[in-house]
Design a protein around this ligand. Structure first.
Ligand code: DX5
Ligand code: ZN
Length: 218
């Protein structure tokens, strides 16, 4: 399989020192930016201006994770701003195929997020419309939660569905990813790893990115 991609979540970093925090994780592949709207999830973070600020730093490409209602209306602006990847949730999108095509047309990778209770079954025939499936390994909304073992089987199902259809699909896992869980997620078929607290609560965030990457690569 392909080399592991590491996308630290800046949700719980020191946002007042964005340059310093991004510099700590400069060895990562992306900066994962969590957009929450107090509606799709019971928490509020930030929106387009913070994504634009991260992009403007030119330290890491942005992996935008939109935990928002009506992404059909709001997601294209994140692609237009220059996010490398834009992930919206299956549970929130009105026209996911149309939106995925719009994001790709705007030059971003298109990602489809699935909450822990959302099955892949209804989406297997649209996998080719996406560059990435995000299997949430916690209930979206907050950092620092425990990895849901129940999602291992879903990661396997998504990987099998992509293999069967010969689709080159990235599988991202987000929530509770750490030294304790990353190998199991990788073994199940995930290849893009979001880690928030594991990286930003580590004594050395740069070193933690290296450790997680090498563990994921087996
Ligand atoms: C949660 C967010 C995650 C979060 C992960 O809804 O989507 O990206 O920051 O944080 P950890 O790694 O601490 O579970
Ligand atoms: Zn996220």
């Amino acid at each position: 399989s392909k080399p592991a991609v590491i996308s630290p979540s800046i949700l719980n970093c020191d946002i007042a020192d964005l340059t310093g925090e991004l510099t700590k994780i400069r060895n990562a592949d992306y900066a994962h930016v969590d957009i929450m709207d107090n509606h799709f999830v019971p928490n509020l973070t930030w929106g387009l201006p913070v994504v634009e600020a991260v992009i403007a730093k030119n330290i890491l490409p942005v992996d935008a994770h939109l935990m928002i209602a009506d992404p059909d209306r709001w997601a294209p602006a994140y692609a237009e701003a220059g996010s490398a990847s834009v992930t919206f949730h299956a549970e929130a999108a009105h026209a996911p195929i149309r939106l995925a095509r719009e994001l790709r047309r705007l030059g971003a990778k298109a990602g489809l997020g699935l909450k822990p209770t959302t099955d892949i079954h209804d989406y297997v025939d649209l996998l080719h419309e996406f560059d990435m499936i995000l299997v949430m390994t916690v209930e979206p909304g907050f950092g620092g939660q425990a990895f849901l073992e129940s999602q291992i089987a879903k990661i396997r199902r998504v990987r099998e569905a992509a293999n069967t259809r010969q689709i080159d699909l990235a599988i991202q896992v987000d929530g509770g990813i750490s030294r304790a869980t990353i190998e199991r997620a990788a073994e199940a078929g995930a290849d893009v790893f979001v880690a928030g607290s594991a990286v930003f609560r580590a004594a050395d965030a740069y070193e933690e990115v290296e450790v997680l990457r090498s563990m994921a690569n087996g």
